[in-house]
Ligand binder design. Structure first.
Ligand code: SF4
Ligand code: SF4
Length: 184
């Protein structure tokens, strides 16, 4: 296990939450698209399983279904015509996609990624705190028990909290961010 800090301020940032109707009609799963091209990171530990679902991974990233397009027009092969993820609720959804709203900063503190504050779902609708809107991400990153402890602490108005993250989650978060920042 690795000790990390969870930023309470960041965990309270307001979001709509990823309900399927909202994705179909409003946000269109914009978080799955990059402004300068698709960058869906797949960790080496999951590459074979994800490729078996029907995609190609090169340099730790999924090749778009329309690689000749540029920018945000590049699409993930797992995105449906209704903007939903074909791998959602399966064990094969990339760790990086599920964890994506959160990242570890240089101080080993879990925060919401800045790019999520540019999405339509930020400060929209019910304005759920990020730790509720993206609870599935915390469950994956920390495991259900530790995620529950973190969320109870935040529900009770607690501030920054030290939490225990499984080492594999910590490694994947760090490795995936290196790919995003072209360090690997
Ligand atoms: S994070 Fe925001 S943009 Fe992405 S699916 Fe959820 S509600 Fe939509
Ligand atoms: S695998 Fe799913 S969640 Fe990840 S980018 Fe593709 S459609 Fe989005």
């Amino acid at each position: 296990m690795k000790e990390v800090k969870v930023s309470a301020k960041s965990a309270h940032l307001p979001f709509h939450g990823c309900d399927p109707d909202y994705i179909r009609t409003t946000c269109h799963g914009r978080c799955c698209e990059g402004s300068s091209g698709l960058m869906v990171v797949v960790h080496p530990t999951e590459q074979v399983a994800i490729e078996q679902q029907g995609c190609t991974v090169a340099r730790s990233c999924i090749i778009p279904s329309n690689p000749n397009q540029t920018g945000s027009k590049q699409l993930c092969p797992f995105k449906t015509s209704e903007h939903l993820c074909r791998l959602h609720d399966t064990p094969n959804k990339p760790f990086g996609c599920v964890a994506s709203p959160f990242t570890l900063n240089k101080n080993n503190t879990l925060i919401v990624r800045n790019r999520y504050k540019l999405l339509r779902c930020y400060n929209d609708g019910p304005k759920l705190p990020a730790y509720k809107a993206f609870r599935a991400s915390l469950d994956l990153i920390f495991g259900d028990l530790e995620a529950t402890r973190i969320c109870c602490h935040l529900d009770n108005g607690g501030g920054d909290i030290v939490a225990l993250m499984p080492e594999l989650s910590w490694i994947i978060l760090r490795d995936n961010d290196k790919v995003k920042h072209h360090e690997r």
